[in-house]
Design a protein around this ligand. Structure first.
Ligand SMILES: CC(C)(COP(=O)(O)OP(=O)(O)OC[C@H]1O[C@@H](n2cnc3c(N)ncnc32)[C@H](O)[C@@H]1OP(=O)(O)O)[C@@H](O)C(=O)NCCC(=O)NCCS
Length: 172
């Protein structure tokens, strides 16, 4: 059985009013708004090199066009999203008003099922809350940098989730 077909179990299933679905270009506007709100609330100290129109273009033409995107949705709208490219968890953002309610974990679970061999991510060192979340969800600190490798020039950390082959549905 393919990893992908197993991951489909997460899609369209509503638990406690929360459902996880695939993202599409039609999500450009809500995901851009959520991304900017969530990022500003969590990292008010971050100087972004991109303005809102550039962020909207990136969301539509890079994130939603070239990455696997999951969207967490309730009857009230979009609550969060995750994006994976290769073995990298590129994005994980939950609306500030929906945080600490299990949305981040649900999105991360969907991403893990699609990447049973493991995932890596970068997170800014000062983003202590997100770092605690990743540590609580099985990620291990594997590298640090002084910020010279990112656009924001902000020290960052690499975290690695070593994977769980049985998630692929092969019974191992
Ligand atoms: C980090 C983030 C994605 C987590 O999503 P969330 O919906 O708030 O987290 P959840 O409610 O799903 O928490 C999942 C688990 O992690 C734990 N957890 C969450 N935040 C935590 C924290 N700050 N410290 C310790 N544990 C934490 C929860 O207790 C929960 O454990 P449980 O399932 O055993 O109860 C979210 O807070 C967010 O969007 N932050 C701002 C954007 C950001 O920084 N993204 C990361 C960029 S790399």
């Amino acid at each position: 059985m393919s990893v992908f077909s197993n991951a489909e179990r997460y899609l369209g299933v509503s638990v406690g009013g929360l459902s996880i679905r695939d993202g599409s270009r039609a999500d450009t506007e809500p995901l851009t708004t959520l991304y900017l709100r969530s990022r500003t609330a969590a990292m008010p100290w971050l100087v972004s090199p991109h303005d809102e129109p550039a962020t909207r273009w990136w969301m539509e033409h890079v994130v939603l066009a070239a990455q696997r995107v999951w969207v967490a949705q309730s009857s009230e709208g979009v609550l969060g999203f995750a994006a994976v490219a290769g073995h990298w968890l590129e994005q994980l953002y939950v609306d500030p008003e929906a945080q600490a309610g299990g949305v981040g974990r649900a999105l991360l679970d969907a991403a893990k099922v699609c990447s049973p061999d493991g995932l890596m991510l970068h997170v800014f060192t000062r983003n202590v809350r997100a770092r605690r979340f990743y540590q609580a969800t099985g990620f291990i600190l594997t590298d640090t940098s002084d910020g010279s490798r990112n656009e924001e020039r902000e020290p960052d950390c690499t975290y690695t989730w070593p994977g769980q082959p049985h998630l692929s549905g092969d019974g191992q």
